[in-house]
Write a protein that binds this ligand. Structure first.
Ligand code: SF4
Ligand code: FES
Length: 254
């Protein structure tokens, strides 16, 4: 198959970018989207041109590195699928494909399709450690966890930190990401000691980093390749409200 691509090219964060048209040939329907970009880059390198910079690592849908906007949709048209797991059979060769980086103020473009998502790491850091005894790990069944809580915690822990929720949100909010990180510890016994301060610190850091506020549009959960559910946001709001009453702001780091 042959595809026409319109790809965002930008040399560095403060330079201006532009969409550049490319035609890429010899694409099989079984190739992943990133493999299609590999074919384009091999040709660009052979022609002495600058290859398109894009992020990737595992190419198995688990590391969260590969996000990009494909025809205006975070991670492209296939629900619950990261860009690296998306295949070219889902695209019509007669229609040009527009490829852009995540667009959000806290995610500055580094080059082409690569953005700096380290703001998400700052939110996780703000969550701090859990208080747990040192020494050898206890047996897994030593602390009883209700099945429903274990399932919900596992669902939240599936977040891979890709940032698609931020890119899809009209407010540029990271609330689904933050909610997932708060929830997967907050539902488990080991996460209780710092549950209140963790929720306040992570949400406070998210706001301080310039992410927008959540207005529950639900775009985040639709774009999420790990299908983190919307009720995760309700858990975050409940934890923050409870923590605001029980802790106030006295233990919250700036
Ligand atoms: S909540 Fe979903 S979309 Fe947001 S960072 Fe986690 S995996 Fe990605
Ligand atoms: S490259 Fe790891 S999730 Fe896509």
């Amino acid at each position: 198959m042959k595809f026409t691509l319109r790809i965002w090219r930008q040399d560095y964060a403060r330079s201006s970018g532009r969409l550049v048209r490319y035609v890429v040939d010899g694409i099989s329907e079984d190739m992943s989207f990133l493999e299609m970009l590999d074919v384009l880059n091999e040709r660009l390198i052979a022609d002495g041109e600058d290859p398109v910079a894009f992020d990737h690592d595992c190419r198995e849908g688990i590391c969260g590195m590969c996000g990009m906007m494909i025809n205006g949709v975070a991670h492209g048209p296939q629900q619950a699928t990261t860009t690296c797991q998306l295949h070219m059979r889902h695209f019509d060769p007669n229609r040009a494909i527009t490829i852009e980086p995540w667009r959000a103020k806290p995610f500055p473009v580094i080059k082409d399709l690569i953005v700096d998502r380290s703001a998400l790491d700052r939110i996780i850091e703000a969550g701090g450690y859990i208080s747990a005894p040192t020494g050898s790990a206890p047996d897994a069944h030593a602390i009883p966890v209700p099945k429903a809580d274990a399932d919900d915690a596992f669902t939240a822990a599936a977040c891979i930190g890709c940032g698609a929720c931020v890119a899809a949100c009209p407010n540029g909010s990271a609330s689904l990401f933050t909610a997932a990180k708060v929830t997967h510890l907050g539902l488990l016994p080991q996460g209780q000691a710092e549950r209140a301060t963790r929720a306040l610190n992570m949400l406070g850091t998210q706001d301080a980093l310039g992410f927008g506020g959540c207005t529950q549009t639900g775009e985040c959960t639709v774009a999420c390749p790990k299908e983190i559910p919307l009720e995760t946001l309700a858990r975050l709001n409940r934890d923050v409200l409870t923590a605001s009453v029980s802790v106030g702001r006295r233990n919250v780091r700036p």
